[in-house]
Design a protein around this ligand. Structure first.
Ligand SMILES: O=C(O)CCC(=O)C(=O)O
Ligand SMILES: [Fe+2]
Length: 318
């Protein structure tokens, strides 16, 4: 397979001697500056874990419409639960996305101080009534978050920051684990419209169907085909803002599967604490160079993007 995107083995980042990290750090840095997309292997999550998630997701999406409606994301104050087909429109100038989703994140009690401060993104999850579902989702959330944090540590070092520059802002992160089911294409093949992701980085697990495409600098769409037991990792908007565009938040989209086929994918959006201030790093400014972005908090940015892409949220604001 001739891949346009690099495959980076991050197992060396677990080595106790930081000398062994350099090759992976350099490879991640180059990929972030080039296409903003790469594959990661050697992340330590076993294939059986992904298989269990895929199995559970299939059971969830096979529930009746009525059961899924009970946990519709539209009933959630903090954007959790089931998003029905066409609820989201990642490219506001394109058609609605032909996919259904399930979003979960940290499950916080209504009395947690962060829920009082930022109820739009913190609070309880909405779960279906499926044996073992909650435990498996929470376990997978934690495992994937740890991989994300490891990659963020490598990025911080590549950007001449202390290792914990990003990870220090993950005390109560707004990171989200999402399950996606793409039904076979009907009138249009728009599974997910062209968009950039909103957070620091995204770790995407995809099944063997294919359909993910990444835009290169010449506006050409490149396939990002499945690579077994890998994550596709991409830069999100917050990281682009932090790095003044040195690291690119690259547009991507999903083409719906052909007739008789469905596609399953599972992005994990690595997003820090709501009130993390995102300001251009001085190490990403050449002498005399101005920042392209104003300071914004991570949560404020992400909420503004949801308003653009979910009809139910923009209607609430009007
Ligand atoms: O399903 C995929 O492969 C990608 C999904 C995606 O880009 C997203 O949810 O942000
Ligand atoms: Fe995306």
């Amino acid at each position: 397979m001739n891949l346009a995107l690099p495959i980076i083995d991050i197992s060396s980042l677990d080595h106790s001697d930081s000398q062994h990290w350099q090759e992976a750090i350099h490879a991640i840095d180059s990929a972030c500056r080039d296409k903003g997309f790469f594959y990661v292997i050697g992340h330590g999550i076993p294939a059986e874990q992904f298989a269990a998630m895929q199995d559970m997701a299939a059971r969830f999406f096979a529930l009746s419409e009525q059961e899924k409606q009970q946990i519709n994301i539209q009933h959630s104050a903090n954007h959790r639960g089931w998003g029905q087909v066409s609820a989201e429109q990642l490219d506001p100038s394109g058609p609605k996305d032909y996919k259904e989703t399930f979003d979960m994140a940290l499950d916080l009690s209504p009395y947690h101080p962060q829920v009082a401060r930022f109820p739009q993104l913190y609070g309880p999850n909405q779960y279906p009534n499926l044996d073992g579902f909650i435990q498996l989702m929470q376990q997978h959330y934690e495992l994937t978050l740890q991989v994300g944090i490891k990659i963020l540590k490598a990025m911080a070092l590549a950007l001449d920051q202390s290792e914990d520059f990003f990870s220090q802002h993950f005390n109560c992160p707004i990171s989200v684990l999402r399950l996606i089911h793409y039904p076979p294409q009907q009138q249009s093949d728009n599974g997910a419209g062209a968009h950039t992701d909103y957070g620091c980085i995204t770790l995407l697990y995809q099944d063997q169907t294919g359909g993910l495409q990444v835009q290169d600098r010449n506006q050409q769409w490149l396939d990002a085909p499945p690579v077994e037991n890998s994550f596709v990792v991409n830069i999100g908007d917050l990281m682009q803002r932090w790095t003044n565009g040195r690291y690119k938040s690259t547009p991507h989209r999903v083409i719906s599967p052909k007739q008789q086929t469905t596609r399953f994918s599972m992005p994990f959006f690595v997003e820090p604490d709501f009130d993390t201030p995102v300001n251009t790093l001085t190490s990403c400014l050449a002498p005399g160079e101005q920042s392209r972005y104003r300071e914004i908090s991570a949560g404020e940015w992400i909420l503004s993007r949801f308003t653009d892409t979910y009809a139910y949220r923009s209607e609430q604001q009007e």
